[in-house]
Design a protein around this ligand. Sequence first.
Ligand code: BGC
Length: 452
Amino acid sequence: MKFPEYFLWGAATAAYQVEGAWNEDGKGPSIWDMAAHEGGHIRYSETGDVAADHYHRWREDVRLMKEIGLKSYRFSISWTRVLPNGTGEVNQKGLQFYRALAKALREAGIEPIVTLYHWDLPMALQKQGGWKNEEIPRWFQEYVRVVTEELSDLVRYWITFNEPQMFLGLGYELGAMAPFEKNDEDTILKISGNLWRAHGRAATVIRRLAKRPPLIGMSPTGDVWLPESHTREGEEDARRRSFEIAQYGYTMGNSWWSDPVYLGKFAPGALERFGDRLPRFSREEWEEISQPMDFYGFNAYQGTVEYKLTDETYVTYGYQGCPKTMSGWCVTPEVLYYAPRFLYQRYKKPILVTENGMAGMDWRALDGGVHDPQRKDFIHRYLLELSRAMKEGIPVIGYTYWSLLDNLEWNHGYDIRFGLIHVDYQTQERTLKDSAYWYGEVIRTNGECLEA
Ligand code: BGC
């Protein structure tokens, strides 16, 4: 199948994972800088201090993107590079870094897609409670205003939040990501309200100030269940499970975060379960939170499947010996068929796949190349499933491979590699992996070579 002409073939990164330069040119510390320096959170106490040195090597990286033939590049802005203390004083040098990057991307014919928040909360704000503080929608709005004023002549695509499931669910409820807190349920409900308000305020400010007509969305993740049987009932069951709020770990689900934003109401079952402990919003606030979005960004790595162990017990980690990537995630290409389908049918917005990819254990071979046949096969399988959904009429506007570069994989440090481009962390030398050349061919043929 030929993908639509406008299709955004892209790759993504996030500031803390690639930029390095953690305290250069006036940047303030974020919760991830602090966690890394504290030690014990990232494998071998590695840090993002240098990471892939994208802050200094972005010109080379844009050249490599052009060489691959990317149509879009999704990157995140580090809040503390722009506002070192989270609010107040603006750091012009930080802002100019993003301006230069966005400008170079435009000149290279690559659409910049900006994520406003990819987990690196300013430490100064965390000291005031971070996402627990009800001032955070206002803080976020101020930061988004500064970024919009500076970049919106160059940037059209805006993503407010990357995966609230992770930075709030894992960060504030389960204590597995910065700031590594375990809060009680009432606090989590309050934090959820703060996130929804912050999203709404950010969208309002972008719409009010943007110099080019903006396209705004959010990039959640969440369990998408794959049907156990390819029947109507099987599919309905998978759909129901994909949107219910789980008894344990409800903040990891799809509907918890997305229903208020995309449907203007709480997820099914939320009212019955939490009653008046849920955040209260006035009509105006609901309108702001659920103002129409332009697309639904989704990060998809694996579908959730239940495997039978015995007649009574089931697991979701995968069947014995199932194919897995280096992060332990099951290779389940059908997620790129079902996720766009379920999400579009529920939220009625074009889908932008904002992340999909696999962790490998890649190194430079003696011949100087980086040979990663599994990554090629992985992307190939997933894209075929995506095109199946599109052939059935699901509007998908782009596919963004995670990640452009090998980078700091949060708690895993540098051990596992997601990149299309290999990074030698000792020398910072970049090498295009075989998968990058192959992905370039997919882009050049606009998807046609997938079925050849
Ligand atoms: C995140 C990325 C992360 C990737 C692979 C997503 O959850 O947005 O920052 O590196 O998955 O784990």
